[in-house]
Design a protein around this ligand. Sequence first.
Ligand code: PMP
Length: 427
Amino acid sequence: MNFSKSEDLHNEALEHIVGGVNSPSRSYKAVGGGSPIAMEKGEGAYLYDVDGNRYIDYLAAYGPIITGHAHPHITEAIKVAAETGVLYGTPTAHEVKFAKMIKEAMPSLDKVRFVNSGTEAVMTTIRVARAFTGRDKILKFAGCYHGHSDLVLVAAGSGPSQLGMPDSAGVPKSIAKEVITVPFNDIDAYREAMDKWGNEIAAVLAEPIVGNFGIVEPMPGFLEEVKKIAHASGALLIFDEVITAFRFMYGGAQNMLGVIPDLTALGKIIGGGLPIGAYGGRKDIMEKVAPLGPAYQAGTMAGNPASMLAGIACLEVLQQPGVYDQLDHLGAMLEKGILEAAEKYNAPITVNRLKGALTIYFTREKVVNYDQAEATDGELFATFFKRMLHQGINLAPSKYEAWFITTAHTEEDIKETITAVENAFKS
Ligand code: PMP
């Protein structure tokens, strides 16, 4: 495959855009460098790059593209938005319809508010939780990504009972001190931290199913206990469902797992590929938000007609019978093919899969927390990533990301992918 136009474009981009990318995860830094492939067209399960190469896409734009690229129903909705004006700065019927659809799918959201990104959604749930409880601290789990607001760009201290440290330059130490980070799936560490800080904590923030150090499910009873202890301490429970909502079923991971949080942050899938975020939850908590309450949050683009119409169209596609069974079916087929190829060529891997999302870790150990994901072999992953790319399979350039199957993928695509995996393991 020839990537010369992508290389030229990246060299030009480096002159004008910091690092040549508009989000650091798009650079190939984590896979040994090189020019990221520039795409110019998406169609169903496929992406086409500027050199004319075709890829089966499992990046799915880091999650939002669950119906495949340029889905006709969503494209039609975006056309309507383009033709009727993309932004009014006033209420619309679209946002009311969409809010009702989301509430119906996720009954814990008595009230919602649309914003423009997952970052904004999570950032605001934290502010609202602080406004409601009158407390400042939060507790989160190591390796979970919650966007790039100051409060969540905080790394763990040296032990579960230690206050956090900035995980990015520019995050004040004074803010990091308000954040406690403990390992996911480690109920003892959580209990220890809550014993120490529980009565100062406004909210416990969790991805109910982790998507940010690969796909990691909570151990049985973990989230139930997290919620029980949070509430006993007077803290709220926030689920960051930016990746998980509408991913595994029509609704949230909260509905699948039967653990209902006080507040929920949403993003990605609900915008059908257009910029979006949303947050919502218990009425008495949400009523702390302006103009009803003292917690301020606003947005020029929030609830814009294009994102609303694309989001409605996306959820309509996901309401079709059999959608999630088909994602699960293809996911199971892909997982089986990967494991058989690994067995055949003695590749040291572990697969975590839930329905249409999976991660290949280069380790033979189980992965249930961030330290285990971090300990997997990044160099082997980088080699694997490049071998897959050169066979026309587009994955995220990071060992911590998931593969996302879309409703546009077919059994043929999965078979072609398994052959590519076999070749990658063989060589
Ligand atoms: N929360 C989670 C769980 C995420 O995975 C992400 C993005 N990967 C975010 C929040 C931030 O969303 P955005 O990039 O739309 O700001």
